[in-house]
Design a protein around this ligand. Structure first.
Ligand code: ATP
Length: 307
């Protein structure tokens, strides 16, 4: 073992260093450095094509990095997968014909060294009522929950979920997050990908914003809002002209609705001080940037090449 390297007992659940994966000219994962501690629940948040699924494929050892290193629990992903430490729910999965949900989960559980009892898995995934149903006769949402059950069956230390709620309606989504939360609270590490900001903020300890193969932000929802900077400031115009408000310090955008000026600012304090100097603080309201604002700011594509 290299000196200074963590031992398999202390190593983080997931570690990427300088990981790159290309498909022709596309750098699907473009130099990612990342550590996920054991027990964390982390969301990979990004648009279509941002590189989430490719990062997950690297992490599961389904493909190898062209450069850099990817490790799970201090060793190659294949070793962690072989040892039954990883459960995954991927986007594409074909149903096995004829077997029932109960048979499928029992079969998968039987391949792990220390699986959860099958009835417990079925309950956790919310599919206990479907145990006798054939897996090729399920609705999209039911099939998705069965895939979650399959991911849980081996009682993995690391659960990896690629867009787990994509086919679920509101009620099933809610039930899914409850199950996932219950599993995470047992101390497992969970990594899930999503397009939904609210889901990432509500269900993860930490959000990684992925854009064009890179991690462009890493933190809680509140931290991302702050990192994106600023907020929204609004005041009553009280008959005064709005001209020039867009030139105040920090202001990025000005919108007039009725007799009110709405300012998007990257520095709320500076903008409010300047408004105060103008005596224009009637009906003053200051709000932090929304998570949507933050996401848009963090993934805005500048014409210049980023770092
Ligand atoms: N097998 C492949 N062959 C060629 N290009 C690929 C392959 N897999 C992914 N890509 C490309 O790599 C980039 C990242 O794709 P990836 O599927 O990782 O993104 P994603 O964030 O998971 O997207 P989505 O949210 O749509 O699932 C995209 O430009 C995609 O077209």
């Amino acid at each position: 073992m290299e000196p200074g390297r963590p031992t398999p007992r202390t190593a983080p659940a997931v570690s990427f260093s300088g990981a790159v994966r290309t498909y022709g000219a596309v750098r699907a994962v473009d130099g990612v450095d990342l550590t996920i501690a054991r027990g964390e629940t982390v969301a990979l948040l990004g648009r279509n094509g941002a590189g989430k699924s490719t990062a997950i494929a690297l992490l599961l050892g389904l493909c190898a990095p062209d450069a850099g290193r990817v490790e799970l629990f201090g060793g190659p992903p294949e070793a962690a997968v072989r040892a039954g430490r990883v459960g995954a729910m991927l986007q594409e999965a074909r149903a096995v014909p004829r077997v029932t949900v109960g048979e499928l989960v029992a079969f998968v559980a039987g391949r792990y060294p220390a699986p959860l009892p099958v009835d417990r898995v079925l309950r956790l995934a919310g599919v206990a009522g479907l145990a006798g149903r054939r897996v090729d006769r399920l609705s999209g949402g039911q099939a998705q929950r069965v895939r979650f059950a399959v991911a849980l069956a081996g009682d993995p230390d690391l659960l990896v979920l690629d867009e787990p709620t994509a086919a679920l309606d509101v009620e099933a989504r809610h039930a899914f997050w409850q199950s996932m939360g219950a599993y995470a609270r047992r101390g497992s590490t969970v990594l899930f990908s999503t397009h939904h900001l609210e889901e990432a903020e509500a269900h993860a300890d930490r959000i990684l914003v992925v854009d064009r193969g890179r991690i462009v932000a890493d933190g809680t929802g509140a931290q991302l809002r702050r990192a994106a900077g600023g907020g929204r400031v609004s005041v009553d115009l009280a008959g005064r002209p709005a001209a020039g408000l867009d030139l105040l310090p920090g202001v990025r955008a000005l919108e007039i609705r009725g007799d009110r000026a709405h300012l998007r600012t990257e520095d709320s304090d500076a903008t409010v001080l300047a408004l105060a100097e103008l005596g224009a603080i009637r009906g003053l309201e200051v709000a932090p940037a929304s998570l949507d604002d933050a996401f848009l700011a963090l993934t805005a594509h500048a014409p210049v090449e980023r770092r």
